[in-house]
Design a protein around this ligand. Structure first.
Ligand SMILES: [Zn+2]
Length: 672
């Protein structure tokens, strides 16, 4: 039912754009010192800061709207922590207390290890790594932690302490392994203890109605609990579970209604409030219809339980919020892609019966992020395509945004170049320098606007989350990526003025194959399989075309001085292969061919070549690159007159990482 769209490939962007786009750095306000992009570095993470160049162009009313929406987002921050694991909030409070009050020595290895671990916990919105979902192991003892807590007079329950220090407990936030009970094995807080995967599957098999043309997203906004031996949805709503936080969200959304830019925006916000009050998923759909068609304003936002990556069965969604300001210049360029959506559909390599006769309502915008919260922060997507419910998308269209100032910050922080290490030759490096950034942006645009909107499901076949189950989102991301790859080498792109030459397409092919077959492996530890959906998709696509093109030498594998390189010999044939795989994956989606989908993902997307993996880790190490990035956010400060009326909203962009985490804990925490 959901098309999962958060593009978590920050490192891909960093890699493909590592070499530059020098003009873009001259973006600072003339009156102020250039802002430092990199704030801090710890563990496998770098913390960055972005700019909001369009802030001063907003009217007071618009600034107020951004302020209220950002407050509504931050009000839900606690919910996401609790969803990730039942001990997270309790543990976070202990970390806040220690960082606020501890005045003992801070030069020992123990303190440094605690400091790093606590930052990792804040960064991951809980005790599990935000990406691998494995529990983050502390490198200090329980005794040391006890000492810290004692010195700040704070207590933690024995269960929470165990969750931190006992390696065999709460091991992984989401377990995706067809050989185990994924619900029992996952440490997230979406299901009561005692609930099994079989119980969940049976429960929703009974609830779902395949003949309903407008099915709701079953299970999206509740915890599945056992009550008197029976399953029961404990719904997240006002006066329900997470009610205190949700009431705060409602409070701020009501203020936003009053300063909405237009009637459509106000109408959508009002239904969102109704949804939070009732927890009714039909209201959620009603809201999404209004939200999808409210496209006129300069300010937009997402706020809700939206993406289901945190649940092994893809039903329950984490809270997240993003508040965005339109970037008109960039959006204009991208709207060209949207305007030609039908041409792209008509000319795609899909089987005729799987093509949409009429592609509806595709919109694409480049925006500037002003605020993010919940599952969208501090690690953020770089693009969003919503809503997720397929029938809403099909009838009313969807909205796609590219988070321009986030991508900008990644480009600036790119640092030493992975491209130079892994590219086969000078030509490839030069091409990446010249076209890498625009290639990445164009591929993202095509992925979002054309990719996810393309294709149709055969009549009588269920939604991918029902037919393709745990392979649905990997295959969906692969499908969208392939649409982008297919068209970025199309003369039409040049004719539309979107790219200056097909060299841009070549740069994207170089980068994509390098990443899919090698560089993305730097995110995994030796011995791990690929589990994250976007990574699976990229390896699947790259490994499949490499294998299928071997007899024609489309991509050549070269080993030089013990280092492996992949050199694309025939870009046009590679494009044809992308088209073939696209057609097959669309067929799988259209027909709901679970067996073929599973086979593709398991054969090409999951297993890691251990030798190559070890080599990648060895080559990346001296480059000292943080595999993951996240952000500190501007703080919006209302300025009031003597009567309490807001006369301005200031955007302050100075907080450090821990400073911000403590500030949020103090000002935006509502669950106890
Ligand atoms: Zn996507």
């Amino acid at each position: 039912m959901k098309i999962k769209n958060i593009l978590a490939f920050s490192s891909l962007v960093a890699l493909s754009a590592a070499c530059g786009d020098k003009e873009k750095t001259a973006n600072e306000n003339e009156n102020s010192q250039p802002m430092e992009t990199i704030v801090e570095r710890f563990a496998d993470v770098q913390i960055l800061r972005f700019e909001v160049a369009s802030w001063d162009k907003l009217s007071l009313k618009q600034k107020e709207l951004v302020y209220y929406l950002s407050q509504a987002g931050l009000a839900g921050r606690d919910i996401n922590y609790d969803q990730n694991n039942r001990f997270n909030l309790e543990i976070r409070r202990a970390l806040e207390a220690i960082h606020e009050k501890y005045s003992g020595e801070k030069s020992s290895a123990d303190w440094k290890n605690f400091d790093t671990w606590s930052k990792q916990v804040f960064f991951s919105n809980g005790i599990h790594h935000h990406y691998s979902m494995d529990k983050i192991q502390p490198k200090f003892s329980k005794a040391y932690f006890d000492k810290l807590m004692k010195s700040v007079e704070h207590n933690l329950s024995p269960e929470a302490l165990d969750a931190i220090f006992n390696k065999s407990l709460e091991k992984k936030r989401k377990v995706k392994d067809p050989n185990v009970d994924m619900i029992v094995a996952s440490a997230n807080n979406f299901y009561d203890e005692g609930v099994t995967q079989k119980m969940v599957e049976d429960y929703y098999a009974k609830k779902q109605d395949l003949s309903d043309p407008k099915p709701i997203e079953l299970g999206l906004n509740s915890t599945l609990i056992l009550k008197d031996g029976k399953l029961h949805e404990d719904v997240w709503k006002s006066k329900g579970k997470y009610g205190q936080a949700i009431d705060q969200i409602i409070f701020w959304l009501r203020k936003a209604v009053k300063v909405a830019e237009n009637d459509e925006q106000a109408a959508a916000l009002k239904v969102l409030i109704d949804y939070y009050k009732t927890g009714d998923l039909k209201k959620w759909d009603e809201y999404n219809v209004l939200w999808s068609t409210a496209t006129k304003g300069d300010i937009d936002y997402i706020n809700g339980f939206i993406e289901t990556y945190g649940d092994a069965l893809g039903k329950r969604a984490n809270f997240e919020s993003i508040v965005q300001i339109n970037d008109f210049e960039a959006s204009k360029r991208m709207s060209t892609v949207a305007k030609n959506a039908q041409w792209f559909e008509d000319n795609s390599p899909l089987l005729p019966e799987h093509k949409k006769k009429k592609v509806v309502g595709v919109s694409y915008k480049v925006v500037e992020v002003a605020s993010e919260s919940g599952d969208a922060a501090p690690s953020t997507p770089i693009g969003v395509n919503l809503p997720n419910n397929n029938w809403v998308r099909e009838i009313h269209g969807s909205k796609s945004v590219s988070l321009g100032n986030i991508i900008e910050a990644y480009n600036k922080a790119g640092g030493p170049s992975v491209t130079e290490e892994f590219a086969n030759d000078k030509e490839e490096i030069e091409r990446a320098k010249k076209y890498g950034a625009i290639a990445g942006k164009m591929h993202t645009a095509l992925h979002e606007v054309i990719g996810h909107a393309s294709g149709q499901i055969n009549k009588g076949v269920g939604q991918p989350s029902e037919t393709l189950l745990n392979y649905a989102s990997t295959l969906e991301e692969a499908r969208a990526d392939l649409v982008g790859l297919y068209y970025i080498m199309d003369q039409k792109m040049v004719d539309l003025g979107l790219i200056e030459s097909l060299e841009v397409g070549k740069a994207e092919y170089d980068g994509y194959i390098r990443n899919g077959l090698m560089t993305q492996l730097q995110r995994l530890e030796l011995g791990q399989n690929v589990e994250e959906e976007h990574m699976q998709n990229r390896q699947l696509v790259s490994a499949w075309v490499f294998e299928k093109g071997q007899k024609d030498k489309v991509i050549e594998k070269i080993v030089r001085n013990g280092k492996t390189y992949y050199d694309i010999k025939d870009y046009n044939k590679l494009r044809t292969l992308f088209g073939e795989l696209l057609r097959e994956i669309q067929r799988i989606k259209s027909e709901g061919d679970y067996k073929a989908g599973k086979n593709l993902v398991e054969t090409y997307g999951v297993k890691v070549d251990q030798k190559i993996h070890a080599e990648v880790l060895k080559r990346v190490k001296p480059l000292n690159i943080a595999p993951y990035s996240g952000f500190v956010y501007p703080v919006l400060v209302p300025v009031m007159d003597s009567k309490g009326k807001i006369i301005d909203v200031k955007l302050e962009n100075k907080q450090g990482f821990i400073e911000q985490m403590l500030y949020y804990g103090k000002n935006h925490s509502f669950l106890y």
